[in-house]
Design a binder for this molecule. Structure first.
Ligand code: IYR
Length: 220
């Protein structure tokens, strides 16, 4: 690294917790995550949401351009508009736009075009990918970058004891209109964040994870 000012870094790791233990503990938190579609209306503080967004915003990004914006909605009238916009798209999706194969693949999840949870849940986080930086400059690997940021946001929410869904009504441009976003912002994911409802259930069919041997290949 030439001509690049640096700061010490290796003092920021805690040598007392062995990685085996820390990794297993984190896995234990994350393995319990499920996509939730039955939310409680129990409030979540703005402070909590801000910490989740700070975590997301700490993700690596191409040339550190941070090509993301997270619009956090708790206003009931905006949540209602988002529900209506999403349900309008989903009605067409389930009525045929998805095609037979896709609908067949979704059948075990039991999803449909009713998205009442978009109004019940205390927060909707709408992740927008920036196609250009706010100053009009270039961004790099923006899909990878915002994907990483959203992944970290999901981890942070799970770690905080909150449930999430990665909701992708398609197309999602209605979110630009409702949330008044500029042309350099493309909706990427709609992430409801809250507590599961008391009667929350999730599809039994989606519980199985592929075994490690199918997910991981080792060359040691
Ligand atoms: N967006 C629709 C359909 C849907 C698509 C996929 I791929 C899923 O994993 C789940 C649902 C909906 O939210 O119902």
């Amino acid at each position: 690294m030439h001509n690049c000012p640096t700061v010490p870094y290796n003092d920021r790791f805690d040598p007392r917790v062995p990685p085996e233990q820390a990794a297993a503990a984190f896995y234990d938190v994350m393995r319990k995550r499920r996509s939730v579609r039955m939310f409680s209306d129990k409030p979540v503080s703005r402070e909590t949401i801000e910490a989740l967004i700070r975590t997301a915003g700490s993700a690596p990004s191409g040339a550190n351009k941070q090509p993301w914006r997270f619009v956090c909605v708790s206003d009931p009238s905006i949540k209602k508009q988002i529900r209506e916009g999403a349900e309008a798209e989903e009605r067409e999706f389930y009525a045929g736009r998805a095609g037979e194969q896709w609908l067949e693949d979704l059948a075990p999840l039991g999803t449909d075009d009713n998205k009442a949870f978009l109004e019940t849940v205390p927060w909707l986080i709408v992740a927008f990918r920036l196609t250009k930086a706010d100053d009009g400059g270039k961004v790099y690997y923006s899909s990878e970058s915002i994907g990483l940021a959203c992944g970290m946001l999901l981890c942070a929410a799970q770690h905080a004891g909150l449930a999430t869904l990665t909701h992708t009504p398609s197309p999602m441009n209605f979110l630009n209109q409702i949330l008044n976003r500029p042309a350099n912002e493309r909706p990427f994911l709609l992430i409801p964040v809250g507590y599961p409802s008391d009667d929350c259930e999730v599809p039994a069919a989606a519980i199985e994870r592929r075994p490690i041997g199918r997910v991981m290949e080792v060359r040691a």
